[in-house]
Design a protein around this ligand. Structure first.
Ligand code: NAD
Length: 258
């Protein structure tokens, strides 16, 4: 099935980004999986479309503006059109306040904030050239809605993503472009595994304890699977969300109520 629409998903090689790519692919989108893990992106694209006709892999570091512009341009050249970008790539290291270095600041802000901004700009450039609107969807987090202990850089970058989302929604609405964000809770992915492990290690506790520090606040009583998040992104990428812009949809099983 194809709906003749084209989506770019950054950080699509694994975790939530892969499930988003799969969901959009199943919804009929042709998908460009953009990731700095080239091999992972290629495997992911092949898993979706074994003959490569409807899913491609593009190597890019989202912190590098030229890389992101090239990736979106390449997508348009390949598929001939472009409708949705999901700025999903992100980093989430534990960063106790006193441990943060300028290098770490640059790195996390470079990927989580600049990466989203470059994605917005690159998508806008192509939407203008194609002379139609589109949808921009950004990854924030429940940690971007309420500060999370030990996550100064991660939480503050995810607050910034909500800010960028709101401003871009206002700035681009007259061009038929909507801009929204999704805020996952505690999702069972390699990123969350490393956060849970380092939380436990620092406290001298087993890994299970690390997961519990985050999962004890979930009203629905279970961790999130990546599909919980990709379901919401499927909605934000589709026409049922056409009258929504500037919003962050929290998909966290009931951790933060706003
Ligand atoms: N896992 C969670 O519990 C959780 C919760 C809230 C928000 N999120 C957000 O969801 C998004 C995806 O998280 P995840 O858990 O799937 O992460 P993950 O670490 O499992 O996967 C991230 C993917 O992004 C890619 N990536 C990282 N930096 C990149 C860069 N500079 N350029 C290109 N690709 C890059 C990685 O190679 C990887 O394929 C992130 O923005 C994250 O902050 C995750």
């Amino acid at each position: 099935m194809t709906n003749n629409k084209v989506a770019v998903v950054t950080g699509g090689a694994q975790g939530i980004g892969f499930k988003i790519s799969e969901r959009l692919f199943n919804d009929g989108f042709n998908v460009a999986i953009v990731d700095y893990n080239e091999q992972g992106a290629q495997q992911a694209a092949q898993q979706l479309s074994s003959d490569g006709s409807r899913a491609i892999a593009i190597k890019a570091d989202v912190a590098n503006r030229d890389d992101v512009f090239n990736a979106v341009r390449q997508t348009v050249e390949h598929f001939g059109d472009f409708h949705v970008i999901v700025n999903n790539a992100g980093l989430g290291p534990m960063t106790p306040i006193d441990s943060i270095t300028p290098e770490q600041f640059e790195k996390v802000y470079g990927v989580n904030v600049a990466g989203v901004l470059w994605g917005i700009q690159a998508a806008h450039e192509q939407f203008k050239q194609l002379n139609h609107g589109g949808k921009i969807i950004n990854a924030t987090s429940q940690a971007g809605v309420e500060g999370n202990a030990g996550l100064s850089l991660y939480s503050s970058t995810k607050f910034a993503v909500r800010g960028l989302t709101q401003v871009a929604a206002r700035d681009l609405a007259h061009e038929g472009i909507t801009v929204n964000a999704f805020a996952p809770g505690i999702v069972n992915t390699p990123m969350m595994e490393s956060i849970a492990k380092s939380t436990a290690e620092e406290a001298g506790q087993p890994e299970e304890w690390g997961w519990q520090q985050f999962s004890s606040q979930i009203a629905l009583g279970r961790l999130s699977e990546p599909e919980d998040v990709s379901n919401v992104v499927g909605f934000l990428a589709g026409k049922d969300s056409d009258y929504i812009t500037g919003q962050t949809i929290i998909v966290d099983g009931g951790m933060r109520f706003h």
